[in-house]
Design a protein around this ligand. Structure first.
Ligand code: DQA
Length: 140
């Protein structure tokens, strides 16, 4: 099975970005751990701070992976273009967040992409990605 993991803006700064909110693990370490713990699954990963590059990757991976785990960062709350890309592709997408967005500022409690995703996993730190992966692994 091949799964894609897409991380959006500012997630390249994990480890040094607000560690009290996002933890002290770098994005590389998070991905390394995810790949090691799921060695039977081929995991592709992509990070960009650029909205259009996230959209290009959603389109490019469509049909090439069985599922996409997407942490769209701040674009979660604003990007109709990312929402449209998720709607346009056939590959199921799970929205994930490290922090519990519902326990934070009000503007983070609205996701414009949640409705077109299979589901949302929020607040479990790096385990959010693992939980999303479990869904795809268990899916028939
Ligand atoms: C985030 C939550 C978003 O609100 C925020 O803009 C991020 C990270 C998370 O993983 O907790 O960049 O997606």
């Amino acid at each position: 099975m091949r799964i894609g993991v897409i991380n959006g803006p500012n997630l390249n700064l994990l480890g040094k970005r607000e560690p009290s909110v996002y933890g002290d693990k770098s994005l590389n370490k998070l991905l390394e751990h995810l790949k090691k713990s799921n060695s039977e699954t081929e995991i592709l990963d992509f990070q960009s701070n650029v909205e259009g590059e996230l959209i290009n990757t959603l389109q490019e991976w469509d049909g090439k992976v069985q599922g996409i785990i997407l942490n769209a960062g701040g674009y979660t709350h604003t990007s109709i273009a990312i929402r449209d890309a998720i709607s346009a592709i056939d590959t199921p997408v799970i929205e994930v967040h490290l922090s519990n967005v519902h326990a934070r500022e009000e503007f983070r409690q609205n996701s414009v992409i949640a409705e077109v995703c299979v589901g949302v996993i929020t607040g479990f730190g790096p385990t959010s990605y693992q939980l999303a992966l479990e869904y795809f692994k268990n899916k028939k």
